[in-house]
Design a protein around this ligand. Structure first.
Ligand code: NDP
Length: 252
């Protein structure tokens, strides 16, 4: 442990912390002296992120769709790292396909990653937070939960569920001192959005034309909002959804 590790006051889990928005969130935490555990399936990506972030970052290779193993994942983390103060449910997958071509398996698969695993991981992490009567959970939604976007039926169902779960968790957990909030990123420049927009100029023009600020956001814009929710500045804030979208959700 270096001196930074000794002075770390909080521990955070960031799912999907080795790429895209999760990377920026983990980076923001580490730079703010928060010990950060990143979770993903691709060990090489995790290893590279850990090397970039330094000693305050640890990684765990884990497929979050493996629900039966989630209780052990969390108890192992609690044994190894002690108290968990912050959980950021960032990992997610998307699929763009015409409505009638989406199979039941594809639909279920997106719900499993984006909703069921978020529930299962949150439930287990909350059990470790309860004795301390404090904790902050930040979920990641999307513009797909603010208005109708074509060809993303399962993703839309999943992100709309996340916003409802945020409110439900907030009321269930507030008496125990645990806050739950949600960031709804607009169109942010990451690998996921590049895949959705770069081969579809019409969609990209539509995104930009209805974003009053006229540009895509950066992962750091989202990280700043997540950091606010995760820390003392949001002490009296729970059950809310914050669009970080350059005005996209209210643009004409
Ligand atoms: P990326 O595809 O860059 O990152 C997704 C991350 O989730 C990866 O690190 C991936 O890690 C991890 N992940 C996916 N499935 C699993 C799994 N089964 N188990 C463990 N980890 C998993 O996407 P973004 O950074 O763009 O998206 C992050 C979040 O932000 C998502 O929830 C997305 O819906 C949301 N979002 C993104 C927007 C954007 O414009 N980019 C806009 C609105 C919302 P690995 O591959 O190693 O498993």
């Amino acid at each position: 442990m270096n001196s930074d590790s000794n002075t770390a006051t909080k521990t955070a889990i960031v799912t999907g912390g080795a790429s895209g928005l999760g990377y920026a969130i983990a980076e923001k935490f580490v730079q703010s002296n928060v010990r950060t555990i990143i979770i993903g399936r691709n060990e090489q990506k995790l290893q590279e992120a850990k090397e970039a972030f330094g000693d305050l970052c640890s990684y765990i290779v884990f497929d979050l769709t493996n629900l039966p193993e989630i209780p052990k994942l969390v108890s192992d983390m609690a044994d190894k790292y002690g108290r968990i103060d912050i959980l950021v449910n960032n990992a997610g997958i998307n699929m763009k396909k015409p409505f009638t071509e989406v199979t039941d398996e594809e639909f279920q698969n997106i719900l499993l990653t984006n909703v069921t695993s978020v529930f299962a991981l949150s439930r287990e992490v909350v059990k470790t937070m309860l004795p301390h009567r404090s904790g902050a959970i930040v979920n990641i939604s999307s513009m797909a939960a603010q208005y109708g976007i074509p060809k993303v039926i399962a993703y839309t169902a999943s992100k709309t569920a996340i916003e409802g779960m945020t409110r439900s968790m907030a009321v269930d957990l507030s008496p125990q001192g645990i806050r739950v909030n949600c960031v709804a990123p607009g169109f942010i420049a990451t690998a996921m959005s590049a895949k959705a927009l770069n081969n579809d100029p019409e969609r990209k023009n539509k995104v930009l034309s209805r974003t009053p600020m006229g540009e895509l956001g950066t992962p750091a814009d989202v990280a700043d909002a997540v950091y606010f929710y995760a820390t003392e500045g949001a002490r009296y804030v729970t059950g809310t959804v914050l669009p970080v979208d350059g005005g996209n959700s209210i643009g004409f």
